[in-house]
Design a protein around this ligand. Structure first.
Ligand SMILES: NC(=O)c1ccc[n+]([C@@H]2O[C@H](COP(=O)([O-])OP(=O)(O)OC[C@H]3O[C@@H](n4cnc5c(N)ncnc54)[C@H](OP(=O)(O)O)[C@@H]3O)[C@@H](O)[C@H]2O)c1
Length: 241
């Protein structure tokens, strides 16, 4: 029987590449998204992957959404916590709303999504949880106190939960992408990208969403049972933690 994988923010950018790669690897995939119905419908039409709309910053919405996915596809074996947002500004100008939105979406979502799923994984003695953090959670970034704090939190969450679930056949790992060629990065002005970002990346180019996706497929495999609590950097050599 094909394993079931749920990808948050799975309809655009890195998440869309992850959803497609997992489907190609034989998983039954469900892709969650937050608000962009047009992008989700386009993704569904192109891939045949079912899409589910809910806000990962809400515990109740996650619990309901997960119930629906499990009723339609079966128990979730693989959870990819990928959904994320930025609200960049210098800390002395940061509003409580900008802080809370980023913490709740990028870090709170790991509790909201994983807590309703973990008991079933424990009972079935199998699970793969893969969190998408960021290079900026490892090294900090100007204008991103909220985002760096949330993404560093994702790494701590991963390590602690990996310890708790190791005996139950559940692995928990975190991937830290560097600058990846998605809408999030395409929004950066071209001259900033060429003068300030690309020179910092030893491979001399942005990463591609598919490069994150293949890392996810690697970690999700049944054969990857000894890889847990690890932080994998996919950043073109920009930061070696
Ligand atoms: N791109 C990069 O260079 C980069 C680098 C390091 C880390 N990352 C991390 O990688 C992940 C994916 O980034 P991306 O560049 O692919 O982002 P993206 O293109 O902006 O896509 C974000 C996805 O997350 C969903 N989402 C956002 N808020 C949500 C919410 N509250 N509830 C449910 N879904 C929500 C979006 O849904 P809608 O389509 O409905 O808006 C979308 O599907 C994020 O965690 C990001 O922080 C990205």
């Amino acid at each position: 029987m094909a394993r079931v994988a749920l990808v948050t923010g799975g309809t655009r950018g890195i998440g869309a590449a992850i959803s497609k790669a997992l489907k190609a690897a034989g998983y039954k995939v469900a892709a969650n998204y937050g608000g962009n119905d047009a992008a989700a419908e386009k993704f569904k039409g192109e891939t045949g992957i079912p899409v589910y709309k809910w806000d990962v910053s809400s515990f109740e919405a996650c619990s309901e959404g997960i119930k629906k996915v499990e009723a339609e596809l079966g128990p979730i074996d693989v959870l990819i916590n990928n959904a994320g947002i930025t609200r960049d500004t210098a800390f002395h100008k940061m509003s409580l709303e900008q802080w809370s939105a980023v913490i709740n979406t990028n870090l709170g979502s790991l509790f909201n999504m994983t807590r309703p799923i973990i008991e079933g994984m424990r009972a079935r003695k199998f699970g793969r949880i893969i969190n998408i953090s960021s290079i900026n959670g490892q090294k900090g970034q100007f204008g991103q106190v909220n985002y760096s704090a949330a993404k560093a939190g994702d790494i701590g969450f991963t390590k602690a939960l990996a310890l708790e679930t190791a005996k139950a056949g559940i692995t928990v790992n975190v991937i830290c992408p560097g600058y990846i060629n998605t809408e999030m990065v395409q929004a950066v002005p071209k001259d900033v990208l060429e003068k300030s970002i690309l020179p910092l990346i030893p491979v001399g180019r942005l990463g591609e969403p598919e490069e994150i996706a293949r890392t996810v497929v690697f970690l999700a495999a049944d054969e990857a049972g000894a890889i847990t609590g690890s932080t994998l950097s996919v950043n073109g050599g920009q930061y070696m933690a």
